[in-house]
Design a protein around this ligand. Sequence first.
Ligand SMILES: C[S@@+](CC[C@H](N)C(=O)[O-])C[C@H]1O[C@@H](n2cnc3c(N)ncnc32)[C@H](O)[C@@H]1O
Length: 219
Amino acid sequence: MSLSEQVWGAVTADTATLTRYYRWHARLYDATRWSFLFGRTALIRAIAADSQPRRILEIGCGTGSNLLYLHRQFPDAAITGLDLSADMLAQARRKLATHPAWGQRIKLIQWRYDQALNREPGFDLIVFSYCLSMINPGWEQALEAARRDLQPGGRLAVVDFHDSRFAGFRRWMGVNHVRMDGHLLPRLTALCPPVTQSLHNAYGGGWRYFQFIGQKPGG
Ligand SMILES: C[S@@+](CC[C@H](N)C(=O)[O-])C[C@H]1O[C@@H](n2cnc3c(N)ncnc32)[C@H](O)[C@@H]1O
């Protein structure tokens, strides 16, 4: 076992573990996460400044807030939200039910994303928002699946935790199934040449998060 595997073994979470975790957190999610999941709406605004996607997939859509914001930015797009947690999707469904137009444009799927959804690439935008850092193990497979699901020329957009210089904080995030050791950005830039990427400090440097928009080669 490598040193990295020993250190990050603590954060690994299978489907059952994450399902249990979100059974409780789903109820508090929207009321609490605004205070530390930074950069989500800014990412979607940056996508809108760069492209006009028509078929959008969000992996790990959770309670659906990004789906609604994506719908607001891209009202003609067909949007799919996918998540492994029935409890998170139930919250999303509740939101969509408040507006008939949302239900028509936004489809929800319960699934653990570890392989491509379709045989042929079906999306011109795939979004991961604070999801990849929780796919441990399997984030490489999820990215490879997204590469397959993305049309040539399509955009891969990611906002997520990057790192923290505080070991205690990293360990606490590990207890919450989040890996933050700067592992995502190098793989993303290798997979899809960046259109934009940026690193940001949260709470005066308590941790850093990143925003990334890359373009799949071809198209
Ligand atoms: C921190 S939440 C982010 C939710 C939403 N994207 C946001 O920005 O608020 C992470 C979500 O990813 C989901 N998730 C984690 N691993 C997943 C996987 N392999 N496939 C699908 N969903 C996954 C979790 O169930 C959870 O709802």
